[in-house]
Design a protein around this ligand. Structure first.
Ligand SMILES: C[S@@+](CC[C@H](N)C(=O)[O-])C[C@H]1O[C@@H](n2cnc3c(N)ncnc32)[C@H](O)[C@@H]1O
Length: 227
């Protein structure tokens, strides 16, 4: 049997979950998703243009525009239903636009001061995504990647594994999320995204800053294009 690539899970995870995503991500991370997104936004200063890859329903996109009200943001996502939700929620912001594209085939006729991506890295091939990001980034600009990680501390790991067992049972009450709660923990255990993206960023000469968050259950990597 051919092993599925992480990207193959994207339609299963996201085709039927857009309407409940904001609530589910807040509840299932015990509000940590908001804390993590604040850590991403903290990295932004006075950027004029931001590309938010895998913007989903626009949670991070909205936090960015709230921090830098005059910023021009483009949100990109592969799943149309998530983009529709984002458009509906953020309709009042004239400086936000949305594009339906695969981040691994990114093709925008513009370079940005910053590229953000929350929960995208594990689905993509680091070499492909970073190369695309660099092609769309101004010199001095930053790529900020954030995603889940499998904690290294053994005690935290036990708690983490137990928590996903509970989520498995919770999945019976939220059928659209059942398969996500089954496949996501496996994917997080298997991914080596932090190391892979660090190596790729180094290879392309980016200056790297990395921060582990909430007992290493998620990580942020910032790569700055210095030349
Ligand atoms: C868990 S959601 C995260 C949404 C948002 N970044 C957030 O943090 O709330 C993951 C999103 O990644 C999108 N996605 C996955 N692979 C993608 C790709 N190759 N290109 C663009 N979007 C992708 C999915 O459609 C989904 O909307």
């Amino acid at each position: 049997m051919i092993k599925k690539r992480p990207k193959d899970f994207v339609p299963t995870f996201f085709n039927n979950t857009a309407s409940s995503y904001d609530r589910i991500v807040h509840l299932t991370t015990f509000g940590q998703d908001n804390v993590w997104k604040h850590k991403i936004v903290e990295q932004l200063l006075t950027e004029k243009t931001v590309l938010d890859l895998a913007c989903g329903t626009g949670i991070l996109t909205e936090q960015i525009v709230n921090k830098i009200p005059n910023v021009k943001i483009i949100g990109v996502d592969i799943t149309k239903k998530y983009l529709e939700k984002a458009k509906e929620k953020l309709i009042v912001y004239e400086n936000i636009s949305f594009v339906n594209q695969d981040a691994e085939k990114l093709n925008l006729d513009e370079k940005f001061d910053c590229i953000t991506a929350s929960y995208l890295s594990k689905y993509c091939i680091s070499e492909v995504l970073i190369k695309n990001c660099i092609d769309h980034l101004k010199v001095g600009g930053k790529i900020i990647l954030h995603d889940f990680t499998y904690p290294t501390n053994l005690f935290v790991r036990k708690l983490w594994n137990f928590y996903f067992k509970l989520l498995y049972f919770a999945g019976f009450f939220v059928p659209n999320w059942k398969q996500v709660f089954i496949d996501l923990p496996r994917m997080i255990r298997d991914t080596n995204w932090v190391k892979e993206y660090e190596e790729t960023m180094k290879k392309y000469g980016l200056k790297i800053f990395k921060k582990e968050l909430t007992w290493n259950t998620s990580t942020i990597i910032v790569g700055t294009k210095i030349s």
